[in-house]
Design a protein around this ligand. Structure first.
Ligand SMILES: Nc1ncnc2c1ncn2[C@@H]1O[C@H](COP(=O)(O)OP(=O)(O)OP(=O)(O)O)[C@@H](O)[C@H]1O
Ligand SMILES: [Mg+2]
Length: 463
């Protein structure tokens, strides 16, 4: 189940991640699946044993004396009714508890990732107060659930044990009247004592179903999230591409009203270097996302070599089109591993060449462990420009037919920027490069500049 969730999460679009709290997803994949596992493991075999034991006991009780047996089970309907009612209430309590626990997780992930902001805004105490609030809400939910478990959870069991008292009184009377022997009564009571434990165990398992139901619901909420970008069953393999890219009347809206891209059309010839410029928020990064099918357009078509990319196998598309994201992701691993991420089989020589082309060699040479240096989580142990260049080296190593660079030099000094531009010109000679940039130097080097503004295209002009 965990694996299935993880696979599903990998397929969900940036839209999903933009509206979902990571802590909530983590709590579902960790805690909820964990609860289901725990209860499944505890219950799977135990219920068989208990059910068998209970059936045997019932058979013996009925065989020993039918009337006493009827008294024994007289209270059962009330107990079962109470149990069913209790389970509904318990389910609501458990759902609240899970949500509170997810709140804590989300809070921690968010504020610890933004710890610099918290400290520099003097917001430590404010965040501590918010944390305390969430903790208190969790404890309240926990206590409320525990109270319910102790107070009403024991009630059905209590009622059933009340039945034992009735059996004693009624059985005693029948012995006095001489209707049954003391031997039968003693035997009956011995079985009656064995009647309750398996019944109570089964009732506990039934109450556990409340937990399982809550967790299953929370898991299925994730599994039911629609996958926006799917590979068509008829998708064709694309062994090689020339690198012609066309956007035909592409429109895409996020759920905020005005479309981020509005009837956008442009094309890039194979081998061309196209710079895309335009103000912040004009939809440049969205173009990159569309080209890699992280999103699909609401209307219009994106083509590569004249082929609608929705008809192409996703892994082929993403092998031929490499993206250096505006905020590149760096993993907690050696720099070499980070660079090899999309092509784990690359040789050392190839990695070194990519390092050189991405203007990283001076930096690597200064590190005592060179390419084997492990960079911290999210690349925190790197400067912004170093992170960008590691991401560029990673894309160069993929040797793609189309390279999309989203603000690759935003954090670089002019000299490193020049080296990096030389690098991609060398790597991508004869192949297609789309470089999204605010920097004059990069736009100047392009064969053509495309200016977009407010989701529209301005007249393209040559430089
Ligand atoms: N997941 C999302 N949900 C809602 N709106 C979004 C989402 N992602 C992007 N947008 C909006 O779409 C518009 C285009 O965003 P995009 O990232 O493409 O801009 P950009 O041109 O790359 O800007 P910048 O130069 O600042 O990187 C923006 O107005 C942005 O707020
Ligand atoms: Mg952008």
């Amino acid at each position: 189940m965990r694996l299935q969730m993880y696979r599903h999460l990998q397929q969900l679009s940036p839209r999903f991640y933009a509206r979902t709290r990571l802590g909530d997803v983590m709590s579902r994949i960790n805690n909820d699946v964990g609860e289901i596992q725990r209860i499944a493991a505890e219950t799977a075999l135990a219920w068989v044993g208990n059910a068998l034991f209970l059936c045997g006991t019932i058979a013996m009780l009925a065989w020993l004396d039918v009337r006493l047996f009827l008294v024994t089970i007289a209270t059962a309907p009330l107990g079962v009714w109470l149990l069913a009612r209790y389970r509904t209430t318990l389910e609501a309590e458990i759902a609240t508890l899970r949500q509170r626990s997810a709140d804590i997780g989300s809070f921690l992930i968010e504020t610890l990732q933004a710890v610099k902001l918290v400290v520099t805004s003097n917001a430590q105490e404010r965040e501590v107060a918010r944390f305390r609030e969430r903790n208190a809400a969790f404890v309240r939910a926990l206590m409320s659930m525990q109270r319910l478990t102790y107070l009403s959870g024991g009630l059905p069991g209590l009622i059933l044990s009340g039945g034992t008292g009735l059996v004693f009184i009624y059985g005693g009377l029948r012995v006095i009247r001489g209707e049954i022997t003391v031997g039968t009564f003693v035997a009956f009571m011995a079985y009656q004592m064995r009647f309750l434990p398996p019944l109570q165990a089964l009732m506990g398992m039934y109450a556990n179903l409340a937990t399982v139901r809550v967790s299953l619901r929370r898991v299925s909420q994730i599994l039911d999230e629609t996958v926006e970008v799917r590979e068509a069953p008829t998708a064709v393999a694309l062994p090689a591409v020339c690198g012609d890219v066309t956007f035909e009347d592409v429109t895409l809206s996020f759920d905020r009203g005005a479309p981020a891209l509005d009837h956008l059309s442009f094309s890039v010839r194979a081998g061309e270097v196209l710079a895309i410029v335009g103000p912040s928020g004009s939809g440049k990064s969205t173009i990159a996302d569309l080209l890699l099918r992280l999103l699909d357009p609401d209307r219009g078509v994106v083509r590569i070599d004249g082929r609608d990319i929705r008809t192409v196998r996703l892994d082929d598309l993403r092998r031929h089109v490499a993206l250096v994201d505006q905020e590149p992701s760096i993993l907690h691993a050696a720099i070499a591993e980070n660079i090899r991420y999309a092509r784990p089989g690359a040789t050392d020589a190839e990695v070194n060449a990519a390092v050189h082309q991405a203007a990283l060699d001076d930096f690597i040479a200064r590190l005592p462990e060179g390419l084997a240096t492990v960079v911290g989580e999210r690349g925190m142990a790197l400067s912004a420009g170093e992170r960008q260049r590691v991401a560029v080296a990673r894309a160069f190593l993929m040797n793609p037919s189309v390279l999309v660079l989203d603000e690759p030099t935003a954090a670089l000094d002019p000299e490193s920027e020049r080296q990096l531009a030389d690098g991609y010109e060398a790597v991508m000679r004869g192949r297609t490069t789309i470089v999204i940039t605010h920097r004059l130097e990069l736009a100047r080097r392009a064969d053509r500049v495309l200016e977009i503004d407010g989701a529209h295209l301005r007249q393209p002009h040559a430089v």
